[in-house]
Design a binder for this molecule. Sequence first.
Ligand code: TPP
Ligand code: SF4
Ligand code: MG
Length: 243
Amino acid sequence: MTPEERTIRPGRMHYCPVCGHAIAQRMIGEVMDELGIRERTIGTAPVGCAVLLYDYFNCDIIECPHGRIPAVATGIKRMRPDNVVFAYGGDGDLLSIGLAETIHCANRGENITMIFINNAVYGMTGGQMAPTTLIGQKTITTPEGRMSTETGAPLRICEMFATLASPVFIERVAVHDAPHMQRAKQAIRKAFLNQIEGRGFSFVEILSMCPTHWKMGGKEACQFVGNEMASYFSIKKFRDVDG
Ligand SMILES: Cc1ncc(C[n+]2csc(CCOP(=O)(O)OP(=O)(O)O)c2C)c(N)n1
Ligand code: SF4
Ligand SMILES: [Mg+2]
């Protein structure tokens, strides 16, 4: 395969160093190349730091209004069932403004692959609190640290999805070190395979670094994912109907 035939176009991405978006997108691209599905895949680009995703993927991508990723992905898949559809979004997008759509999409069991980047902040708009911001975590809108008395507890979407009958695959993974990256890629692969084989809704949550708005160095940000985030957001497979 020549570089031009690969899903991820040659060249640099705009993400900050150590950003989880870059790692996740390269993994999605590698899986698409390994499965040979680039030419029949349609992805969604979110509003968030990954807004320029369409510049990096050498396949059809539709930019979605903030929060509307699950609806757009549903529409594409229902109109073009022979295409492979991946929905990609962040915690502000899929769990805040788009939460209702995200839950209903999962509950309907749409035959799509949803990749959710949980970096515990609104990255693109400057690091505001997200639904997944940890208790005590400082953001520009929670300068003293998030307090559950004011804003509730961080949303654990995999656990919520596990109460629904329809999703066929639910896994939370992370990209802060090589072993976790390997497992993350396997989960992404399975989430695509399920769709290709017509099984239904597959969901992969990726615990992901945002060193810039966490105000951390790269190493510290990776440790924050592995220690702080993973202790609240359990890294595990919640469901795999295919075993
Ligand atoms: C309707 C609407 N409301 C608000 C915004 C502003 N906005 C842009 S990105 C964003 C949050 C992005 O956070 P997230 O989805 O977590 O993505 P990240 O940048 O962290 O990857 C918001 C609130 C918008 N673009 N459209
Ligand atoms: S601000 Fe955070 S999420 Fe956005 S590109 Fe930089 S590290 Fe990634
Ligand atoms: Mg985010």
